[in-house]
Design a protein around this ligand. Structure first.
Ligand code: GCW
Length: 661
């Protein structure tokens, strides 16, 4: 039986799957061959397109039995579960796949191609994902948390999954979400925050049925469910006196809990664990290593084929700002590199892409190139915690692409090193536009596509997103969207923290400027600005030694301010305000110039957006317009605070005599 396409609740934006995106797939004579649950999903999709645009679907016949425009054929045996081959010959477009996901991804491939999928002739081409795990982590709480709200660092309303303290009864929207994720290639999702509070801890045991219901809603689109669990679960939930990973009773408890999970959710993906990090419990309390901690859970998951995603975000968050010997940037490497080779097969070490914390500009984490005997997953942040909180337009495709294409170790890029997959913190909530800022949908789509192909051109991915989201867009709209999105990350960088120094945000909620907000805090986030200069000395000579965590050529390049790239200069070095950058400008003049330019660029983008009224539906246009007002207000605040701070600190006037307060 074909599975009906999920119905979007009234008023919810279709994002990149508006009905019109299926026009070319509808209106055809289609043959579908093969069986299995995802084939029913594919059948449902084609049937829905035919209902709207004409055409018909036949199941099971032989391709030669009639004339078909489209054949979707499951059963070719030399392809992986997610791979598909597309070809076109004699007026018939064919997708062949071995697994249901492959067939579904092949169908979405045709949707992306639009009319081009049904013209000309092309030789067979096989598509396969570069990374087998393409996952979103939701930082959703079941119960609304008094400080963090329902979704930690969420800027798109409440949770899609949880409402009034339990899983939603109505899961149509979750089904529709799974469909959007499949259309950009995402195949896994964890349903709760990595900071596991008391209520959420119980999802593992007595509230497992709620997780199973969500898993059931995501499954038809090939999205596997994972769960964040507390390392202290045996104590919190099992009444054991310890959570020591080497204790037999603890091992037995996890084995049994995990067996029950698989009884309820046979295709369960595994656990996500934040341990010994920002107050979460972990193996350190028992004098055990993080490999011992991760391997405990890997052993419980292994019989069922599951994986533990063990996060490497371990650092001292109660640092004394007076202590210049501790450098937070070093922490993940220092903790984990000595453990290389000790992690079990079913453990994946999940590493944030930068050594600090999702700032607008960071170097790539040196840990990524330094653990060849460990399966690593790289973690990105789609939710815009430090990049404008979905009030600012900030398309992160170019940043992620730079990270993924960076050659961290000889011959290998970050994308190639991420053998455990690419993971991102989701930016989605129950907002009618899914992501608060409608243009932030582009970030989610881009993440999925880059996880499928880390070396893809981000601009081409943006083209895809535009073509799908606005199926009949005139060239003027597509150009306008590129104009406001293409450079928006660099614009954001310009008016916020300069030259890689990071953290100049207001403490706690992290929105808006506060140059010294984190300067005397325990979080390890300092810039050391004084009257003479700014930046963190992280060289091996005279610094914290962080630059030495890289291999060749990066260690040498970052070591000296002469060779360190401008955009990371203050991350690696403390320099005088008069230091001349490669651009020929002094550091302080660069700060002034970029802050003025950043605001001007927001003004221009706002004007471009205004000119698109009439080409975009009114609700979406109005929402983005409102966000641009706030972005401009906020960018001016950033400019004025940052420029005034450095003018007062340095006493150096702006060469161009602009107004600084
Ligand atoms: O970026 C920081 C956030 C925390 C988050 C933490 C993490 C879930 O400010 O809210 O906690 O990172 O990644 O664990």
């Amino acid at each position: 039986m074909p599975l009906p396409v999920p119905v979007l609740p009234e008023g919810v934006d279709p994002a990149w799957l508006p009905p019109a995106a299926f026009r070319s797939v509808g209106g055809r004579r289609t043959l579908i061959r093969g069986s299995g649950p995802l084939v029913e999903t594919v059948h449902g999709e084609v049937a829905d397109a035919c209902r709207r645009f004409g055409g018909r679907v036949v199941r099971g016949a032989e391709p030669g039995d009639g004339a078909y425009d489209l054949v979707l054929d499951l059963g070719v045996h030399d392809l992986g579960d997610e791979d598909y081959t597309v070809a076109r010959e004699g007026g018939t477009t064919t997708v062949t796949a071995f697994g249901g996901r492959g067939l579904l991804y092949g169908l979405f491939h045709l949707v992306r191609l639009g009319e081009a999928a049904f013209s000309g002739a092309w030789t067979p081409k096989t598509h396969r994902p570069a990374l087998t795990l393409r996952m979103l982590d939701h930082w959703d709480n079941v119960a609304v948390h008094p400080v963090m709200g329902q979704v930690e660092r969420g800027y798109a309303g409440g949770s899609l999954f949880w409402e009034d303290g339990r899983a939603r009864d109505e899961l149509d929207r979750v089904r529709a979400y799974g469909r959007l994720l499949a259309a950009c290639g995402i195949n896994a999702l964890s349903v709760n925050n990595v900071n596991v509070h008391a209520t959420e801890a119980r999802l593992l045991t007595d509230r497992l049925d709620e997780v199973a219901a969500i898993a059931g809603a995501l499954r038809p689109y090939g999205v596997r469910t994972h769960l964040s669990v507390s390392f202290a679960s045996p104590v919190m939930l099992g009444g054991l006196p310890t959570a020591d990973p080497l204790d037999e009773a603890v091992r037995g408890w996890w084995a049994e809990a995990t067996r029950r999970v698989y009884e309820a959710i046979p295709d369960f993906g595994g656990y996500v664990v934040k341990a010994d990090s920002e107050g979460q419990p972990g193996p350190f309390a028992y004098g055990r290593s993080h490999a011992e901690g991760a391997n405990l859970l890997a052993a419980a998951l292994e019989p069922f084929g599951g994986t533990v995603h063990w996060r490497a975000f371990v650092y001292d968050h109660r640092q004394d700002w007076r202590d210049r010997t501790t450098d937070r940037a070093r922490a993940a490497y220092d903790h984990f590199v000595p453990l290389d080779g000790e992690f079990a097969d079913h453990a994946v070490l999940q590493v944030k892409h930068g050594p600090m914390d999702f700032q607008v500009r960071e170097p790539v984490s040196p840990l990524i190139g330094a653990m060849p005997r460990t399966r690593l997953a790289v973690e990105l942040q789609v939710t815009q915690e430090y990049t404008g909180q979905q009030r600012h337009t900030c398309w992160l495709g170019p940043m992620w692409s730079e990270v993924l294409r960076f050659r961290i170790q000889q011959g290998s890029t970050v994308g190639e090193s991420a053998r455990g997959g690419l993971v991102a913190v989701s930016n989605v909530g129950d907002d009618p536009f899914w992501t608060g800022h409608p243009l932030a949908q582009a970030n989610l789509y881009t993440f999925g596509r880059l996880a499928w192909q880390p070396d893809a051109e981000p601009g081409a991915v943006l083209d895809e997103w535009i073509a799908l989201t606005f199926p009949d867009a005139p060239a003027r709209l597509a150009d306008g969207l590129h104009a406001v999105l293409d450079g928006s990350w660099r614009t954001y960088e310009k008016y916020t923290a300069p030259l890689g120094v990071g953290f100049m945000v207001q403490p706690g909620h992290h929105y808006g400027p506060s140059v010294e907000g984190y300067e005397y805090s325990p979080w390890g986030t300092y810039h050391f600005a004084d009257r003479d200069g700014i930046g963190v000395e992280r060289g091996v000579t005279g610094g914290t030694g962080f630059a030495g965590q890289y291999g060749t050529p990066w260690a040498e390049l970052y070591e000296s301010p002469k060779t360190c790239p401008d955009e990371l200069l203050l991350f690696f070095h403390h320099v005088p305000y008069g230091h001349v950058l490669k651009s020929g400008k002094t550091v302080v003049q660069h700060i002034y110039d970029t802050h003025f330019e950043g605001v001007e660029e927001v003004e221009e983008a706002r004007a471009v957006w205004a000119s698109l009224a009439g080409l975009v539906d009114p609700a979406r246009h109005a929402r983005v317009t409102e966000r641009y007002e706030e972005q401009l207000r906020s960018a001016r605040e950033w400019r004025d605070q940052v420029n005034s701070y450095f003018f007062r600190a340095s006493g150096v006037p702006d060469e161009r005599g602009r107004r600084i307060h």
